[in-house]
Ligand binder design. Structure first.
Ligand code: AMP
Length: 600
């Protein structure tokens, strides 16, 4: 691979912290290279074994313990990162080790009676990668770029960052996996201009991103996915189709699952495989054949779930499949011929198989590490945020400040004012979601900002939302008069499941019409209330100077507006607003005249 520019700099490693396997890489003389462990393997199984006595160990040796001591061997921990008890689905808990999933509490893994946070387990994996890299490079490492699924929410990203810190690494940047894959694909095509889709189906997560590559600028146009869809689902479906799981011991189930996964892998290149498990049930052997056709029948409904995500990301990027130049496949599960066929159908073209599906995300993480350290130049990465962010305003409306699919890092703000006279504080409620009414979106956090009491509409509060390069949200609220401000970092942002994220987007489409009608009604109602209040105030100030017929017209328009407020008829309310607005032109002019006289 040709690389743009080389400088000798401080090491930052790139890490793909995967559901099934993890990898670590570093820039070496301008090239991203992946580092092997002492046994020569670049893939480290993301597995941790907790022996009954002694320290936990990680990687290949731990993976071997999975069938022997399933209750003490933790795998697929990425599925639990940043989640709370209530957010788990039944199938998530279908693992051979114990999990503590109390509602509202962060999920814990229990091994040998000791509870561990998912980030502690991930930290053990990261520590192993770190020490392998230090041994290979002969120098200590303290900084890293770590990848996460694009659809990881704030809480999951923060948990990943914490895992790095627990392992003694400063996480300099969190990069979305498909974006990393695009960097790996595009690094030797910096002069090109093209649009690509990255289809990333791993063990536990699915991501699709659409990117535009233009002279070294990698811009993500849209991203979509499901953090609970992957090869693991196929394994579970296979296991369910073959075994009555209730009557098996955990050990025999783990053994059968291992054999089925190996068979699934072989079926990517062979038509049928034979499974032999000697002494499976006590003295009985287990033997059966599995064909690719049978595997595909079981896997198809799972893989088909990727279709809707791909179509939505294309729609968000405002592109048709024909506008794309390439569809890049990433993630171990894309080795399955059925996945390749379905991707071919969705995008109407043969997928590009040039990238090593296991390594490309880690290579991309390493390139991003190189961009940060200065080892790689002439490359700019522009990622996007998957959901809109905003705050609740008068009438319970969602006021979007950062729209979905905005390029990050991003800062955006708006000025807000008070609704009531002599208000002393304003409550700022931060929301995430795609619905028009605040109550239908997810509250990320709420805080109060205080200011000097003033007539309504005088106090001005600026609210700024910032999503940093890691996708983490910071909120700033400032009273523009006193300069008093409050900054909040939202650390446990979306306390909801990823399915809910997807549901949110589809609900926003389903309810688009009703939501919009409610917004239009609420806006008209706010306008009506404001005008009625203003008319009353104006009569007190300049009432005597108004011609009695004009006054009569205004009072009758105001009465009609009050009646309209009691209906649910938006058109009638809007019309009544317009009539009162028209009738009060003279009154408004009189108020201004009086104010000017007072000022003279
Ligand atoms: P990743 O998370 O990218 O490491 O992908 C892991 C997933 O890919 C697991 O579900 C594996 O079973 C699956 N996988 C790896 N190799 C193959 C293969 N040759 N055929 C089918 N699936 C595979």
């Amino acid at each position: 691979m040709r690389c743009p520019l080389i400088r000798d700099v401080d090491d930052i490693v790139g890490i793909d912290l995967g559901t099934t396997n993890s990898l670590i890489g570093v820039m070496d003389s301008g090239f991203p290279i992946l580092i092997a462990d002492a046994g020569g393997a670049r893939l480290t199984p993301s597995v941790v074994h907790f022996p009954s006595d002694g320290s936990p160990f990680t990687g290949q040796t731990a993976a071997r313990m999975r069938t022997l001591k399933p209750a003490q061997t933790v795998y697929s921990i990425k599925r639990f990162m940043g989640l709370r008890g209530g957010e788990l689905r039944e199938k998530d808990t279908d693992v051979s080790y114990e999990i503590d999933r109390r509602r509202g509490q962060p999920v814990r893994v229990v091994a040998n009676g000791h509870p561990y946070a998912p980030e502690e387990i991930s930290a053990l994996i990261l520590q192993k990668l770190k020490s392998d890299a230090e041994r290979a490079l002969g120098r200590p490492i303290s900084r890293a770029v770590v990848t996460v699924p694009a659809y990881f929410n704030d809480a999951q990203r923060n948990a990943t960052k914490r895992a790095g810190e627990l392992a003694g690494l400063t996480v300099e940047r969190i990069v979305n996996e498909p974006t990393a894959a695009a960097l790996a694909y595009g690094l030797d095509k910096l002069k090109d201009r093209s649009k690509i889709a990255v289809f990333d189906l791993g063990g536990g997560t699915f991501d699709v991103s659409i990117l535009e590559l233009n002279n070294g600028v990698f811009e993500v146009l849209a991203t979509n996915g499901n953090t609970r869809l992957g090869g693991d689902d196929i394994d579970r479906a296979l296991l369910d189709s073959i075994s009555d799981t209730e009557h098996r011991t955990p050990e025999s189930l783990a053994r059968l699952l291992d054999a089925l996964i190996a068979a699934k892998h072989r079926l990517s290149t062979e038509e049928t495989v034979s499974l032999d498990l000697p002494f499976f049930d006590g003295s009985k052997n287990l033997h059966f054949d599995l064909g690719r056709e049978e595997l595909e029948k079981i896997a198809r409904p799972i893989i088909e779930q990727t279709r809707a995500h791909c179509l939505r990301s294309l729609a968000d990027a405002r592109l048709a499949p024909a506008d794309l130049d390439e569809v890049i496949l990433v993630g171990g599960a894309t080795r399955m011929p059925l996945v390749r066929n379905i991707v071919g159908e969705i995008f109407g073209r043969e997928p590009n198989l040039s990238q090593n599906p296991d390594e490309t995300v880690a290579i991309g993480a390493t390139i991003q590490a190189g961009i940060l350290s200065g080892a790689v130049r002439d490359v700019v990465l522009l990622d996007v945020t998957p959901l809109s962010l905003g705050i609740e305003t008068f009438g319970g409306l969602m006021n979007v400040i950062i729209p979905r699919n905005s390029t990050i890092p991003i800062k955006a703000g708006e000025m807000f004012t008070t609704a009531v006279n002599h208000q002393r504080s304003m409550s700022i409620k931060i929301l995430q979601g795609e619905r028009e009414m605040a109550r239908d979106n997810w509250p990320l956090g709420q805080f109060e900002i205080e200011f000097e009491p003033a007539p309504k509409g005088v106090a001005r509060v600026g609210v700024q939302l910032e999503i940093d390069a890691n996708g983490i949200l910071h909120v700033l609220a400032r009273d523009t008069k006193t300069g008093g401000e409050k900054t909040v970092e939202i650390t446990t942002a979306v306390d909801v499941s990823d399915e809910a994220v997807e549901a949110m987007i589809s609900e926003s489409l389903d309810h688009a019409f009703d939501d919009m009608s409610e917004r239009v009604w609420t806006e008209a109602k706010l306008k009506a209330e404001e005008m009625l209040g203003a008319v009353e105030a104006a009569f007190t100030r300049v009432g005597e100077s108004i011609d009695p017929t004009e006054k009569e017209t205004i009072l009758s328009a105001a009465a009609k507006l009050r009646e309209a407020l009691d209906t649910n008829d938006t058109r009638r309310l809007q019309a009544a607003n317009a009539v009162l607005d028209d009738a009060t032109q003279g009154l408004a002019a009189a108020v201004v005249e009086k104010a000017m006289q007072a000022a003279r």
